[in-house]
Write a protein that binds this ligand. Structure first.
Ligand SMILES: Cc1ncc(COP(=O)(O)O)c(C=O)c1O
Length: 390
């Protein structure tokens, strides 16, 4: 990396030798811009805390109670997002956010129940519903000149007599939408009207380009009784390999039901993951500010180059996250566009249909990398898309 570049940028060589799923899944000639890890070294505050934990001697790796600091730090953070008045026991650690998605489906619904989510959506939302005999009622978002919007009619139409749960993602993966306060209030009205429980995955909350995050549960006090918020550090601090998250609710009964439904299979987060989360919450802010500046610059780079060089790609720049959901349906190979780009451009992206039915021709591109790698990937995509087959 160049001397004037941020210290967290890693070279392609070091990324390929890191043992990461992202970099090792595909052959060496492929640039991997798929799974939602960032190509950035973690905050020095995190590495220092993990090293200290290791060097502090024996006795640190037994069964461990949750770090008391962690609950306090999280409580403060959530207060900043409008989640106030949490009772004792309202923050329960998880070994990850996906286990929280599954636990909420298992604990808050019964086999045969319907669950609503807005597609396209992060795939484990759909598997959490389908894997245990519940049925997804998908309300597709609409992509128009105003960007990705909620289709309120589709949402109403999705409700059935056996719909129990609404699964929200805020900010939304893969579109990068940050639901506005007005949208959150209308979603609250919808959930209350139909007496739905709500699980809101807010894992990407810190990655908003729009300013401070507004938690869904904060927009209407009546939601407190029926909402579980899922959060964690792994998207913000690039620590997915350490595995930790939390389920938060004012209604402890909902958390108890989730725990009961997964007793014996949920597992606990590791001591090292708790050390990491505390360190991140205490000392990760400067690093995160640098990362957000890099992500904003990469997003703008992608936006400008797509507009200039592939104007037929429909794309609304994300308001949060480092994920770009590209509508490439105008391409002749739209039906297998991910395979086409993997084979012809040597760029690995996530395939649209994995985010829900109806997203053939879409791909998700992860731009949390260096400008060099991003530019090279765009060069390759542009070349593959403009080369006329012989
Ligand atoms: C919305 C969302 N939820 C959950 C996860 C995964 O969380 P975890 O690794 O903590 O299970 C991701 C990962 O990309 C995500 O985007």
């Amino acid at each position: 990396m160049k001397a004037d570049q941020p210290a967290f940028l890693l070279s392609e060589e070091s990324l390929r030798h890191s043992g990461s799923t992202k970099w090792l899944k595909f052959p060496d000639d492929v640039l991997p811009l798929w799974v939602a890890d960032m190509d950035y070294a973690v905050s020095p505050a995190i590495t220092a805390a993990l090293q200290k934990r290791l060097s502090d001697g024996l006795g640190y790796f037994q069964y461990h109670r949750p770090e008391p600091d962690m609950a306090e730090l999280l409580r403060d953070k959530l207060t900043g997002q409008g989640v106030t008045d949490l009772p004792e026991g309202a923050i329960r650690t998880l070994p990850g956010v996906v286990p929280g998605l599954y636990a909420s489906v298992l604990g808050l619904t019964s086999p045969g129940d319907d669950v609503i989510s807005m597609t396209p959506i992060y795939p484990p939302f759909m598997s959490a519903i389908a894997d245990h005999g519940r049925r997804l009622r998908a309300a597709q978002l609409v992509h128009g000149p105003e960007g990705w919007q909620i289709d309120w009619e589709a949402l109403e139409a999705a409700v059935t007599p056996v719909t129990r749960l609404l699964m929200l993602c805020h900010p939304h993966n893969p579109t990068g939408r940050v639901w506005t306060r007005a949208e959150l209030e209308r979603l609250a009205d919808f959930a209350l009207k139909h007496r739905l429980y709500v699980v809101c995955d807010e894992l990407h909350a810190d990655l908003s380009f729009q300013g401070p995050h507004v938690a869904f549960v904060s927009v209407n006090p009546a939601l407190r009784d029926r909402t579980v918020t899922l959060t964690g550090p792994c998207k913000t601090y690039n620590t997915a390999g350490l595995g930790i998250g939390a389920a938060v609710s004012h209604n402890l009964d909902l958390l108890d039901r989730m725990a009961k439904a997964t007793v014996g299979v949920m597992g606990s987060p590791s001591v090292m993951s708790m050390t990491m989360w505390v360190a991140a919450l205490n000392g990760g802010a400067d690093w995160l500010a640098g990362v957000m500046a890099q992500l904003a610059s990469n997003r703008d780079l992608l936006t400008e180059r797509l507009r200039a060089e592939l104007p037929w790609v429909r794309y609304t720049p994300p308001e949060a996250t480092y994920l770009a959901f590209l509508d490439m349906r105008a391409h002749p190979r739209a039906s297998d566009i991910q395979a086409f780009l993997l084979g012809e451009a040597k760029v690995a992206l996530n395939d649209g249909p994995t985010f829900g039915a109806g997203y053939e021709g879409f791909v998700r591109l992860n731009f949390a990398t260096s400008p060099e790698i991003l530019n090279e990937a765009i060069d390759r995509i542009v070349r593959a898309c403009t080369t006329v087959p012989a």
